[in-house]
Ligand binder design. Sequence first.
Ligand code: ATP
Length: 612
Amino acid sequence: MPREQITRAGLIGRFLRGSAHHFVSAVVFSLAGTALGALLPQIVKVAVDSILGGQPSFLDPLLAGPILGQAPGTRRDLLLAAGLILLISALAWLSQYLYRVSIARGSERFTKSIRDTLYSHIQKLPYAWHMTHQTGEIIQRCTSDVEVVRSFVSSQLLEVFRTSSLLGISLWVMFSMNISISLIATAFLPLILLYSAIFYRQIARRFLAADEAEGELSSVVQENLTGVRVVRAFGREQFELDRFDEKNTGFAKLWIKLGYLQSYYWGIGDMITSLQIIAVIVAGTVQATSGAITLGEFLAFCSYNLTLIWPVRSLGRILSEMSKAGVSMDRVRYILNCTPESDRPGAQRPPMDRDISFSHVTFGYDRQKPLLHDISFTIPAGTTLGILGDTGSGKSTLIHLLDRLYDLPPDGGHITIGGADIADIELAWLRRNIGMVLQEPFLFSRTVHQNIAATHPDASPEEVRRAASTACVHSAIDRFPDGYDTLVGERGVTLSGGQKQRVAIARTLMQNAPIMVLDDSLSAVDAETDAKIRAALDAHMHQSTVILISHRVTTLLHADCIMVLDGGRIAEMGTHQQLLQKGGIYRSIYDLQLRGEDAASLKEGGVGREAD
Ligand SMILES: Nc1ncnc2c1ncn2[C@@H]1O[C@H](COP(=O)(O)OP(=O)(O)OP(=O)(O)O)[C@@H](O)[C@H]1O
């Protein structure tokens, strides 16, 4: 069944759950503030007409007598007007304060909920998805795009509501005061709105381009920082600077173009607004001088006209920001709409200390170009399979398939553990039971202890030390000034390649899994340390089924069975002795490497190796 795709409205609706009441409060306080603001011109009108025009104030019977006594008329009216303005302003301030508090609480909850969901969704997306999406781009979607969506909900949506209510109240009061001037004032509104709508369409495309350029820029920075060692080692600083400059210039140009477009819009918008204000002032002056309206009414009318213009104008700004929000929402939706990994209905947790079988496995990352061809073999439980093969022959791919980082296509054969198809095994169970040491180990920016105990955070220092000893890295760690508390820099830059590999092996040993995979994980250690680690691993993992991938024959020769992969096919399979006697690929690699080893040991002349 296809996965239901989340829409823009669905996205907002889903994350508003839990924070909607804060937004409702914000709307109520916003309405109260708007209504209070609309009262002020009325007070100005009454005050002006009673003070300058000599008209009786409707407030007289209510307040003047009981509160202010019989003070002289002008002073009394001024005091009344000032008092009321103060009172209304205080209430408006209180509404504004409560509005902002509600918005802050609502929007932070809303944003936290999006970020939590995005992060946990990304954790569940398939490995293949991560391989085809740039990290910088994903980070941008989780940070600045989420921020734009937050601003859309907490500011623009409410602003639309606020400006519409302000518009409604102003129009209602204006029409009840004077229909002809109101008609002149409103005649300009459709023009301003139409103009905003056209602008909105224009700007949406440019925001999309600017957002994509920002994603590319983040990716360049992220890649450069991650690969800082390579950049330095190959003196690629200038090349990287040029690459950054190219993206940065492109990004800046897009924003400059956007700036031009916005200035153009605001300039023309200002002109239309000025025309509207002039028209209202002219019509109002004519009517005031002819006596059709009082001076107070004229002033109040001008105030309402300004509160009418502001919402219409800011509607253009809000609409343009909304276009940006639409783009960001789509970018966030894109991630949420990608299908996460999931278990088949009825997925099981079978025992994993059983035989592993590959049966007619055919697979290619590109469906049209198979990389592995009809691979069939069985690894009896508790034995070790060594895999040898050229680079690119598909060794790591076999392991990706066993760990279900990639799923086999329906016609791509089967992989079973103890007879259970791995497609029917719970993913978390499968992976928990396969201890994997990858070709390029990744260490977290934590202490050595925390890295080794990553799968068992409660492990005692003694357990961690035992795992490190088996991986032959204990004495190296012990020599660090902070020992196991040494902080491993980002991606473990403070450790040597071989030390990183061995810390990664210790981490996997802590997993105590019935199946262990070492994907070329001893490549950065010398042959002697390699032998020591294997001996320690043999003693430690005698119960486990082990898959050992290596380019080094000496790493594999003690395996119970060795498989030679050639161009994605099994070329040879057997024990070390059987393959030597066969005189095929294995034999020639063995002879070649043995000669190389001899030469290397002669050259090194017995240089001391790092021991544990
Ligand atoms: N995620 C991927 N997407 C697309 N192609 C891939 C992916 N991973 C590997 N490949 C390609 O598949 C082929 C086999 O890669 P694989 O990593 O399995 O080889 P390998 O035998 O382990 O090589 P090496 O000994 O160099 O590690 C290579 O040509 C590689 O470019």
